[in-house]
Design a protein around this ligand. Structure first.
Ligand code: FAD
Length: 547
């Protein structure tokens, strides 16, 4: 790591050491105050009283943007729709100094104020991570400090605001024949939001997650300082912030590396089915370890579904319609391998030869080869199509008790046997994604925690709950099932790490970070000593002076 403990202690001042001790103690005391997810009703915390002095102090700050103190209920919601913490105010920044002035003001109040600060991308968080109970939510959408700037040349990149959406970056960079290398499945997420987690999708086996494709960041720390950081400059802060769950600073600007995008940008999109997990995972692992392979590799599990292939009908056609008609899913557990090859229209013949060759080495059920051809942008923005359909039916804003896990290659078959054989009996509540990535291509200096193996799988249970249902599609049932999965991983010692982690106690956070915990604590005390930032992650709690 960039900053070993001894150097760190030499650098900090006595005051900072005192703050560190308060932070450390408050972190220990924290356990009893953490909001529990045990309650299955959505959790709404009432506002604290006596905030008049704080409000008036905020109103005196010289800002380009403004605070809103009323009608802020939308900031107490997120995609998970299970946790609701009402903020005291929302900052709508018009400039980076608006953010630094506000944070510096709160930093200077120290332990005399309970105020915390959460950056809010588009609140696609699941358990209140972008919320701040009676604190300040910063609406990153309002930050218009930076127009997107695409730089061509040998190492092309785009400079964007931390509140920018990946979908806008896609459209802007494509104008220059370029695009980011690593994506998420859904692009209406913000740069600051995904870089605080990792940003993982079917390209991550080759390029690493989004956090590994960043040249430079501008960050406002928990002391209100504006710092530019990169591998070469302030690298400890750079690594801390990437995958840092918003704990060390607000990302106000990011320099994202780009690659050449297919000129007319088409993609060949292929799905094949397996009934044996071991054959499916062997093929996935083969593809991600090959040099000349697909540009995207993912997969998903199908349990107890009939008429499955009819659902694909409009977008995918079978390679052999006659054989495909005879195939029936019949409620069996099936595994779908999903692959994509990017190409230019004038390279169609070569692309077909390459994909034929790659497919010839796989052992899927022969009658189940389905394919489709769409534009590069359509493929990358594919989840938005589903979003629009669900929104039209009022089904986008239901509770989302998602569970995202990283499972080492050595234990994935034990996991699959128990979870897909005994715990999860159907996949009608939402998709279950499963695909491997190569840790060797990932940067291990960031704050992201992963299993300790060269290859591990992302397994994402993307469930939607039917509001107020007490059946198998209800929140209670899905959360109980999630807990069974987590309990099994712990009991069987699978070496699992949560992605988009969510814990209730400090011990659990400490276990999650493992040997990185000390470094995480040191970085917290260096960059956000009063624990002002991202309180919704519930890792630290701000220490308050009571007398
Ligand atoms: P928010 O939810 O608003 O914020 C997330 C966290 O980051 C919060 O703690 C917040 O305080 C902090 N934060 C926000 N902005 C900043 C900033 N500028 N600086 C510092 N901290 C900040 N993830 C994947 O990796 N791969 C996927 O394929 C994927 N698909 C998804 C599909 C859908 C439909 C959804 C809803 C989510 C998906 N995600 C995926 C998860 C996504 O990465 C997280 O939900 C993340 O929270 C991003 O959402 P957001 O930009 O709205 O950030």
């Amino acid at each position: 790591m960039g900053s070993p403990p001894l150097c760190f202690l030499k650098q900090i001042t006595i005051i900072e050491l005192q703050i560190f001790m308060i932070l450390f103690i408050s972190c220990i005391l924290d356990e009893t105050n953490i909001c529990s997810s045990d309650s299955l009703d959505t959790l709404t915390v009432p506002p604290r009283s006596n905030s008049t002095n704080i409000l008036s102090s905020l109103e005196t700050l010289p800002l380009d943007g403004y605070f809103s103190f009323e009608n802020n209920h939308h900031a107490a919601r997120d995609f998970g729709n299970m946790y609701h913490f009402l903020p005291l105010a929302i900052l709508h920044p018009k400039s980076v100094p608006d953010i630094s002035t506000t944070i510096r003001h709160i930093f200077q109040m120290g332990s005399a104020s309970e105020l915390t600060v959460a950056a809010r991308g588009r609140a696609h968080s699941l358990q209140g991570q972008a919320q701040a109970h009676q604190g300040i939510v910063i609406s990153m959408e309002s930050l218009q400090a930076l127009e997107m700037q695409v730089h061509t040349g040998e190492m092309p990149y785009v400079e964007v605001s931390g509140g920018e959406l990946w979908i806008n970056i896609l459209h802007e960079t494509l104008k220059h024949g370029l695009a980011p290398k690593s994506w998420t499945d859904y692009l209406h997420l913000t740069v600051g939001g995904t870089l605080s987690n990792a940003g993982i999708s079917g390209q991550a086996f080759r390029h690493g997650p989004q956090i590994d494709n960043i040249y430079q960041l501008e960050v406002v720390t928990g002391k209100g300082e504006v710092v530019t950081c990169s591998e070469k400059q302030n690298n400890d802060l750079f690594h801390a912030v990437l995958g840092g769950l918003g704990q060390f600073g607000i990302i106000t600007r990011a320099r994202i590396s780009l690659e050449l995008a297919p000129k007319m940008a088409r993609v060949k999109w292929i799905r094949v089915l397996y009934s044996e997990f071991s054959i499916f995972s062997n093929d996935q692992e083969h593809l991600i370890s090959s040099e000349n392979t697909f540009d995207y590799v993912e997969g998903f599990v199908i349990i107890n579904r009939t008429g499955l292939l009819n659902n694909w009908g409009s977008s995918f056609s079978p390679k052999d319609p006659l054989q495909a008609r005879e195939f029936s899913s019949d409620g069996r557990t099936l595994y779908c391998l999903e692959m994509v090859k990017y190409f230019n229209p004038d390279e169609t013949k070569t692309m077909n030869q390459i994909t034929e060759n790659l497919l010839s080495k796989l052992s899927y059920i022969p009658s189940t080869l389905f394919h489709s051809e769409v534009s590069y942008a359509e493929f990358l923005d594919r989840v938005h199509v589903s979003e629009k359909k669900l929104q039209a039916k009022g089904l986008w804003e239901v509770p989302h008790p998602w569970l995202n896990l990283l499972i080492p290659k050595s234990t994935i078959s034990d996991f699959a046997k128990e979870v897909f054989g005994n715990i999860v009996m159907e996949t009608s509540n939402g998709p279950i994604l499963i695909y491997p990535v190569n840790q060797t291509k990932w940067n291990n200096k960031t704050s992201l925690v992963t299993p300790d193996e060269d290859v591990f799988y992302l397994v994402a249970f993307l469930s939607s709950a039917v509001p107020y249902s007490t059946g198998t599609d209800g929140l209670e049932h899905i959360l109980t099932k999630n807990k069974r999965i987590l309990d099994f991983c712990a009991t069987a010692q699978l070496g699992m790490k949560q992605y988009l982690p969510h814990y209730n106690t400090r011990e659990e956070w400490q276990t999650h970070f493992g040997s990185l915990w000390e470094v995480f604590l040191q970085r917290k005390s260096a960059y956000d000593p009063w624990a002002i930032l991202a309180p919704g992650q519930r890792i630290f709690q701000k220490a308050i002076r009571t007398s």
